[in-house]
Design a protein around this ligand. Structure first.
Ligand code: ADP
Length: 541
């Protein structure tokens, strides 16, 4: 017997209609290239998104065409997020920190037809312009300086009347946007999101077991809109009617802190490197900013050291919430929260739990697999994490070689090595590619890094595998010291020895100026591995 409910599609049309009806006065604020703040309302945002949809039609864009965006976080980018799918095309957010090779590869692979680009990013475009071809390049400019042969975003919108726009009730499985993995491991691969997956993800993001959003929240995504949908924040906000603040190109701690204070931001999110930098500024100016409205710093993208959670809370009364996700998962996979039985536990216990990646969010199922099959959720057994759910990729875009990331029974293989405890707290121990396998046994580089970053003299630390004659691989630590502080190898190894078995301890510590980072601010261990590959075999090489 079938249920007798409407088979009603979950689409962005619904989200837009709701936002314009219920929250027309809500504000969207953007820090512009000249550092001034641009302000407008949801109602204006929807009107302009509709005009964009009409303009694209006039330009000959067809249903399903891919449209690239090469932009910082700002209100025009937000219009692209909704205006492009509103006329049936697919927004392809391009990571502006990638090199010319990766960018041209991604653009050609996705077959992008039109490019929207910030004026300030035109010099970057020159670096790959010869390798790609767009029918039109549309420039988003504050001053209206448009190079010859390109179109002015504002002029395009000005020529349209939003009253000509009609909502389409799309098939909920239709594509709305795509994003390529940033290639921390291997060639970038494309994830394609649908109306349905995006609406479901936005709802989960808004729930109390997600970010617990409500109309009083003001969100500032530090995470770029070109990185995994800015973690879903741009879609969750209009479901609930949250205020939005976009930082534009200004991601340095003082600019962000100023925006947090001025706009009374309640929730923000970004990768750990952002908060490591911010902590330093806050420590130096502990009373300079009033952040009393801030209730959550959502931090993920790579593991958050326990010391960072502790320092933010104990020194600045700011609450870091650890989350884990992937581009292929829209991206939220887990968010940390303390189960009721832990609320009254002592601080060290709480911190231990809060440093884990947390509990699976709604609609995500997970399991771990070892060499011999599925593993227990006992907090000890380490294996590759597999996930499934309605906003998790079922395939990569035009990528036969990506097929081996999916199991025969329909789960996605994350490439992350994890444990899950009996309460379902997930702990990511490593990426399969970053694991250190010493004499056949796994050592978690993430745990060692976190412990090193807990030492008061250490600013950043990365642990990675290098070749070893006897054990095949051994861990080596690369450490960046805090300015003005000192610590030697023996002291750092002794610090680790308090917590880890002897065979886990790095064979050596190298002190460097900076850890190389990927385009989205993660440690680029591949570079460290290459630089130091013979360090233990021939330490003087
Ligand atoms: P890529 O790093 O390949 O560009 P993503 O940005 O989608 O792709 O990153 C997903 C990966 O980032 C995860 O598979 C995981 O390895 C890592 N990651 C994300 N969040 C966390 C976290 N909180 N702790 C540890 N690793 C994380």
């Amino acid at each position: 017997m079938d249920g007798l409910m409407m088979d009603f599609p979950l689409t962005l049309s619904m989200v837009m209609r709701r936002a314009e009806l219920l929250f027309p006065e809500k504000e969207i604020v953007t820090r512009q290239p000249d550092r001034s703040f641009h302000r407008y309302t949801y109602s204006e945002w929807i009107r302009r998104s509709k005009k964009l949809a009409l303009a694209l039609k006039k330009l000959g864009v067809k249903d399903g065409d891919r449209i690239g965006s090469f932009c910082w976080n700002h209100y025009q980018h937000y219009e692209l997020y909704f205006g492009i799918p509103a006329m049936g095309a697919v927004l392809h957010t391009l990571n502006l920190r990638l090199g010319a090779e990766d960018l041209s590869y991604i653009i050609n692979h996705a077959d992008d037809q039109i490019l929207f680009i910030d004026e300030s990013l035109l010099p970057l475009f020159e670096k790959f312009r010869e390798k790609v071809s767009f029918k039109k390049v549309i420039v988003i400019s504050q001053k209206g300086n448009i190079p010859e042969g390109m179109l002015d975003y504002e002029e395009l919108l000005a020529a349209e009347d939003d009253k000509d726009f009609e909502y389409t009730d799309w098939d909920e499985n239709k594509a709305i946007s795509m994003c390529y993995t940033s290639g921390t491991t291997g060639k970038p691969k494309g994830t394609v999101y649908s109306h349905r997956s995006t609406v479901l993800h936005a709802m989960v993001c808004a729930m109390s077991s997600g970010l617990g959003l409500n109309q009083n929240d003001i969100l500032l995504p530090v995470v770029p809109m070109f990185h995994a949908n800015a973690w879903g924040i741009p879609f969750a906000a209009p479901l609930v009617g949250c205020g939005l603040v976009f930082p534009g190109p200004f991601l340095d701690p003082p600019s962000l802190l100023e925006a947090f204070e001025q706009e009374k931001v309640t929730i923000t999110g970004g990768v750990p490197t952002i908060w490591i930098g911010m902590l330093k500024v806050l420590d130096e100016n502990p009373t300079a900013y009033n952040l009393s409205k801030m209730r959550t710093l959502l931090v993920g993208g790579s593991a958050v050291p326990k010391s960072l959670i502790d320092d933010f809370e104990s020194r600045h009364n700011l609450n870091i919430v650890h989350a884990w996700g992937m581009t292929e998962m829209s991206p939220l996979g887990t968010i940390n929260s303390l189960k009721p039985r832990l609320i009254n536990s002592d601080r060290p216990t709480q911190l231990n739990y809060r440093a884990t990646q947390g509990l699976p969010v709604n609609l995500v199922e997970f399991r771990i697999r070892g060499d011999e099959g599925l593993l227990e959720f006992d907090g000890q057994s380490m294996g590759e994490l597999e996930v499934r759910g309605p906003y998790i990729a079922s395939a990569y875009y035009n990528s036969p070689e990506g097929a081996d990331k999916f199991t025969e029974d329909g789960w996605f293989k994350t490439g992350d090595i994890a444990t899950i405890d009996p309460d379902c707290y997930l702990e990511i121990k490593d990426r399969t590619k970053d694991l250190v396998k010493s004499g056949g046994e796994w050592i978690s580089s993430v745990e060692l890094e976190n412990a090193l970053m807990g030492h008061e003299a250490v600013a950043e630390a990365a642990v990675f595998a290098v070749a070893h004659e006897k054990w095949q691989e051994r861990p080596l630590a690369a450490v960046v010291l805090q300015e003005g502080k000192s610590a030697g190898k023996d002291e750092l190894i002794a610090h680790l020895a308090k917590e880890f078995p002897k065979w886990w301890l790095p064979d050596d510590v190298v002190f460097i100026e900076e850890i190389p980072k990927t385009s989205v601010g993660k440690f680029k261990k591949i570079v460290l591995r290459e630089t130091f590959q013979n360090h233990l075999i021939n330490p003087h090489s």
